[in-house]
Design a protein around this ligand. Structure first.
Ligand code: SAH
Length: 225
């Protein structure tokens, strides 16, 4: 993307340095050495200020969550970096995101993989995110409005899936829609959650790993089951 040179680029560079430093400190806790350079480079490119409401723009490059309307929040940049890193993405991958929100995480993924499919349940948020992604030229990020508990079966299977709202259990459809060898990165729990990485083996069985405690908005459900 051609946005690395806008007037917020210096702030964005500092944000990326902060994430990188934080990853070094938190490293012991997550069991990770640091954040993959490809992920840091992607975060250095995506204009986060374009994804937040005007009132939040001055704070767009602070390493903290921000309100995006409809009672929802855009995750702290460090958490976006950590979750993207845990997905272990390759350039040719196709990935699914549940919880488009502002579209920021989807844009970061769009820098890292071939195709991103992202589902949002709150229509105005989904529409706004699609508009920003379109304006910025993220043609490889595809969005729809719906209940992500059921995934997006039409484009499955996915190399990796990220969930950015918290269910109290792992949605079975998401395991089904994961490729063998694929990874699901998801916060699971009620008020406080654990960030989990669930790996699907070639034989269809799964293994799960708890990474860190996190706090996300709850995954809500359509009432059609
Ligand atoms: N990834 C987003 C942050 C998302 S906040 C970003 O980068 O901005 C969590 C989002 O998940 C909210 O927008 C919320 O409306 C959405 N959400 C909650 N339950 C959902 C569901 N069942 N399906 C799809 N989206 C859901």
């Amino acid at each position: 993307m051609a946005f690395a040179q806008d007037d917020r680029a210096p702030e964005r560079r500092r944000m990326v340095e902060e994430i990188s430093d934080m990853a070094g400190v938190v490293g012991g806790q997550t069991g990770r050495e640091g954040i993959d350079q490809r992920v840091l480079d992607a975060m250095g490119k995506v204009p986060r200020h374009e994804f937040v409401p005007a009132a939040q723009r001055p704070s767009a490059y602070r390493n903290r969550p921000l309100a995006i309307g409809a009672g929802q929040t855009i995750s702290q940049p460090y958490v976006v970096a950590l979750m993207s890193d845990l997905m272990q993405l390759k350039p040719q991958d196709t990935v699914l995101e549940i919880g488009t929100g502002s579209g920021y995480q989807a844009a970061v993924l769009g820098e890292l993989v071939r195709d991103v499919y992202s589902v949002e349940i709150v229509e105005p948020l989904g529409r706004q995110a699609a508009a920003v992604l379109g304006r910025l030229g993220y043609d490889n990020v595809h969005t729809r409005i719906g209940d992500g508990y059921k995934g997006w079966p039409e484009h499955a299977p996915y190399d990796a899936i990220i969930v950015t709202a918290a269910p109290d259990h792992v949605p079975p459809a998401l395991i089904e829609q994961l490729k063998p060898g694929g990874r699901l990165v998801i916060p699971v729990g009620d008020q406080f959650q654990k960030l989990m990485v669930i790996t699907k083996h070639e034989d269809g069985t799964t293994a799960s790993e708890e990474i860190v405690p996190v706090q996300f908005v709850p995954l809500t459900r359509d009432n059609d089951g």
